[in-house]
Design a binder for this molecule. Sequence first.
Ligand code: AMP
Length: 217
Amino acid sequence: MRIVLVGPPGAGKGTQAAYLAKNLAIPHISTGDLFRANISQGTPLGVEAKSYMDAGNLVPDSVTIGMAEDRMEQPDAADGFLLDGFPRNLGQAEALDVYLKGRNLKLDAVLDLEVPEDEVVKRIAGRRICRKDSSHVFHAEYNKPKAEGVCDVCGGELYQRDDDREETVRKRLEVYHTETEPIIDYYKAQDLVVTIPALGKVAEVTQRAMSALENGE
Ligand code: AMP
């Protein structure tokens, strides 16, 4: 299966993507994670991306599209993938269509995770992520780790992402509305969008998404 996951920052895309990819046995491709890996390795791409990310802006398409395509070319993605955070604007969505068409492939579904905006802000402000594995996500209030600052799953250090600070979050939400939301209509025109209410327990949301995919809704 080839699936795109969209939703505002804080909708739980990363968390859901990790579970869904595991259930569906396809790789989880997160452009945000790819950028963060480049930043921690100090690559030129990471240096360039960081300034945009810290400001809450999108990294330019000239960098992002090539990086996403390189990842989709890896052998583990030959039979499918779950894209988390890509595409994020119309230019990227069109580039993805061209990429897939050129290989005689198509998307199976676009899952739109829907969360009220005030909830998004609360979620992001308390979000703490494991340095060792970014799919291990905790919350300072709603999903506290057993020991403060330590990942329950693997013992990694928990930290707050630089771009999870309040000012940057507001900017990211604005960018989401102006640049990313239009791709939902773009994919609705292709009859690919399934809206998943993303409030409630993590496992319930995963279940909703899995049933939607299984029923081909
Ligand atoms: P995420 O981890 O998906 O929330 O992404 C974190 C940040 O990485 C975003 O706020 C952007 O600055 C950058 N980023 C991730 N994916 C993309 C993309 N597809 N296009 C442009 N920038 C991106």
